[in-house]
Design a protein around this ligand. Sequence first.
Ligand SMILES: *Cc1c(COP(=O)(O)O)cnc(C)c1O
Length: 814
Amino acid sequence: MNSNSLPIAFEITKKGIVTADGSLLDHISIDSRSLQNGKQTLFFALAGSNNDAHQYIPDLIQQGVQHFVVQHISPEYQNSAHFYVVQDTRKALQEVAAQYRELFHFPIIGITGSNGKTIVKEWLNFLLSPDFNVIRSPKSYNSQIGVPLSVLGINEKHNLGIFEAGISTINEMQQLQQIVQPTIGVLTNIGSAHDEGFTSREQKIIEKLQLFKNAEVIIYNKNSVVDLYLPKNIKALSWSFKDTTATVFLSKKEIDNGTQLLVTYEAIQFEVEIPFQDEASIENAVSALMVLLHLKYDAATIQQRMAMLYPVEMRLKVKNGINNCSLIDDSYSSDYQSLKIALDFLESQKQYQKKTIILSDIFQSGLPQEELYEKVAKLIVANKIDRVIGIGTTISQFQNQFSQATVYPDTASFIADFEQLDFSNETILIKGARSFAFEQIVQLLEEKTHETVLEINLNAITHNLNFFKSKLQADVKVMVMVKAFGYGNGGLEIAKLLEFNKVNYLGVAFADEGIVLKNGGIKVPIMVLNPESTSFSAIIQHGIEPEIYSLKGLQAFLKLAKQKDLSRFPIHIKIDTGMHRLGFEKDTIPDLIAALHDNEHVTVKSILSHLATSDDAKHFDFVQQQISLFDELSTQICNELKIKPFRHILNTSGISNFPNAQFDMVRLGIGLYGVSNDPEEQKKLENVGTLKSIISQIRTISAGESVGYGRRFMAEVPTKIATIPIGYADGISRAWGNEVGHVLIKNKKAPIIGSVCMDMLMVNVTDIDCSEGDIVVVFGENLSVTYIANRLHTIAYEVLTAISQRVKRVFYRV
Ligand SMILES: *Cc1c(COP(=O)(O)O)cnc(C)c1O
């Protein structure tokens, strides 16, 4: 790292950063939306390609923040706070973290690889926390920004660190190495993730090994590339199921509900059972086991702890609760760092004014209890939590730290008192260490529906949004289309997330969709694509903005606007440039101009058109004509009316294929939900929705027996079949039945046999070791909506929006 990146007289100490004037800053922030600690905060204004944090400085000064690391200072606030100017704020943050890391001398496990990093990290944390005060990266904080922030979370009481590092292109690992400085390196599975950033798999491995260049030991699945490039001064601790020359040789055997591993290490041999059977979990478990061996754990402890490994749950799920509550389920961990994250999430997601937290004892802070609970109480006050329920003997002991908390010694006594607590119309964060079994509380509070759910990964949505934003020129605005219930993914929750991510506009198809969003508290302006004249009153009343596409509609709206004596009510003008769906055609433009001339009741906020084939190269000439015609007609309107509305024509594939036609705004739709029709681009998007169900019943039928209505499946041999409670009423096409389609069970294909029924379907599981209650994936990461759409001769849009509203949506962040 270039040491010039920090030309500031900061003294970096274990207590925090001391500035030249002697202020101690012990809170580092990069996110203007999360809670600031005022005077103690040092804010790094990062300037990313799609969000420049310098714009939030005035707000932050208002909130009491006094110290900023910036790339430039604006005269408007230069005298209101302290500014430290650097060339690159991100580099400065990394440099601060690297210097801070130098102050600590305990083992640090660094994890990198393409897959499994977060799981290995969480498992190591679980396996090692009985013996160490562990600091680990929260969630999957593994980026160029996440890693320094994680490292800055270290305090004097920690004695072991676990950090993951992710890279997407060459030369990034160098930076991360200096920040993490791992002493123990773990290389997890090298798959194809981020392959596009490297010229070869080999180059990717070499780059990843950079992280371990000063480590004492590296743990890896034995392979020749690593063997070749591993620096000689580092101890190699390899493992393998195939190569007996590996340091640790393993063999495996499937057992009931798990796998038995036979571990051979030096002269010893022992068996370990883990509760998983899939390839990926076995590999990740072995990586964790290797760390235990390196740390000289004995076989008995390893056996005992590995048997207790659990599926790493998705954190921070948002669920619908009983009595109109909304739940944030974080029932798998409780440490100070993740409490902060969960409270931030609560703030961004809250659907009700009233906020409640149910919190267990907190572990692994490294701080004395007294100090810890004082900090927790402060955090809770600052986040304006209305109701605090503490569960556990320690938190009970510190009850008086909280202004008003109800406490229970354990989960059972809380449950006994459940009825008295009258949960209703509140957002409840449920946050507890595993040992408190808060999943029982979640179960009590959760609204009960049938077992099919559509899980929506909110982080993937943010990722996809940022991916498309990075394709935009500076100052181009983003409207996100959330019509049809967010393309089937959920309207209000996604709108809230988008608002949080500061998109400029939302677009819906019909007025009532917009009204639902407004009633849900959405403040971002909303455009309605297809406002019927009958809905104009409601549109005006709720302050949503109509797209006007015909003279008739314009006259009706103007008449109403005059009656209601509106002043400059925002409208959007749609021009038909070749789609021939909605919009003013060229020859009606003079009438449009005449009608709007000198009309003070409305204002033209934007002018738009829609492309007919932005995804099909054989029609790109036609698209160019549409774009030129749009430019011509919109310019004519602007000139003659002397107005400067913003102009927009691109949808998702338009953004990808016509970078020169961004005008002032783009309208992102399907791409946000992780679907692209360009296979290269598809690789860069993250999967958003996973439609899951369970196996209700399993039976074996004999040769000659049939399955389902119309007996369309006839067994030729004895066949094991499973019934899944999802059918065409949930949105599964009947065309997907009769062995055209399949579902995934334990990541294996189970063909759908017979006809899809209204509420159920049957699959062939003869070759799959599965039981009733097992999870079934209907679509998701490994069975994509695009694949299904292609096989059904339709488009992903239809498959997604077909999923009926009776399927419960569950939102989560990883
Ligand atoms: C749906 C829609 C979009 C978004 O299209 P995608 O292909 O999903 O990106 C943009 N503009 C209009 C007018 C739309 O109806």
